[in-house]
Design a protein around this ligand. Structure first.
Ligand code: IYT
Ligand code: CU
Ligand code: CU
Length: 271
């Protein structure tokens, strides 16, 4: 007999191409979900949420922002055993009246790719921004203990108080920039500045710079627009043999480590 390889391991998407009307759509986020929040073909994610539990941002489109393509020979794993077998597309309309009952058509190029794409999310879970305080840093850092990954795009996310978000690889004490962006610019994935890899023994670190100016109460991490978030997403590829498509880091990192962060990480990006 012949055993077929499991479907899950041979399906990869190659690219994401939006077909939305970009005149009414402000931005779109593509999520991977274990279980979507609804069984309908489209729903209000403000009310019902996006995914029931495990989820990841996989792609982002925003008006007037770049949309890096997946490099050649790279695809996201899809299917039942990919970890996040569902795609949910969240569409933000500039004008709420523009919703036309859209449904989403997903076209997959079914192809074994030598490399899998993945998302590494660094996020702060404990930052508190004091009212009126000019600068608050949210630092996140983790030791990297897996197989090599090759970052090719990054995305930053905060709410209104974020000024600049920077992500680095730290190897033998040397900080190398993966990406730096203002979270007040369109929160798309931007191409990385340099080609670099992250391998066992490195540290992955990110800093979000916030200001508490204009606030009269403390600001915490949370999901409303009065709360804040500090996210640095790395989109990477890695050898399919070692396939680990979703990783995250929520540790605050040590004070000692962040003493050596390059000064650019503290310089707000004017918008
Ligand atoms: C608390 C926080 O920072 N939440 C972020 C990152 C995050 C996204 C997903 C955390 C988890 C997730 O399953 I998907 I756990 C956050 O919500 N980021 C927003 C989106 O709502 C996705 C963003 O635009 O990056
Ligand atoms: Cu938007
Ligand atoms: Cu947020």
């Amino acid at each position: 007999g012949v055993r077929c390889p499991t479907v899950e391991t041979i399906l990869s998407t190659v690219d994401f191409i939006p077909h939305a009307n970009m005149n009414t759509v402000h931005h779109m986020l593509l999520f991977g979900c274990r279980i979507p929040a609804s069984t309908s073909s489209s729903w209000d994610c403000g009310k019902n949420g996006i995914c029931k539990d495990e989820s990841s941002v996989m792609y982002a489109w925003a008006r007037n922002a770049p949309h890096p393509e997946l490099p050649k020979d790279v695809g996201f794993k899809v299917g039942q055993r990919s970890g996040l077998p569902y795609f949910v597309l969240q569409i933000h309309y500039g004008d709420i009246g523009a919703f036309g009952g859209e449904t989403c058509v997903c076209t997959f190029v079914l192809q074994v790719q030598p490399f899998i794409a993945g998302i590494y999310l660094l996020m702060s879970v404990d930052t508190v921004i004091l009212p009126g305080k000019k600068v608050t840093n949210a630092d996140v850092a983790c030791d990297y203990t897996s197989y090599p990954i090759y970052p090719f795009a990054f995305r930053t996310h905060t709410h209104q108080l974020g000024k600049v978000v920077s992500g680095y690889r730290v190897r033998d004490g040397k900080w190398t920039l993966i990406g730096r962006q203002s979270p007040q610019l369109p929160q798309a994935f931007y191409p990385t500045t340099k080609n670099l890899n992250i391998k066992y023994g490195d540290t992955v670190a990110a800093r979000c710079v916030f200001t508490g100016e204009g606030r009269t109460t403390k600001t915490y991490i949370g999901s409303t627009s009065n709360d804040e978030m500090c996210n640095f997403y790395i989109m990477y590829y890695m050898d399919r043999k070692h396939s680990e498509p979703y990783m995250s880091c929520v540790e605050p990192g040590s004070k000692e480590l962040f003493k050596h962060i390059p000064a650019e990480a503290n310089v707000p990006i004017p918008v």
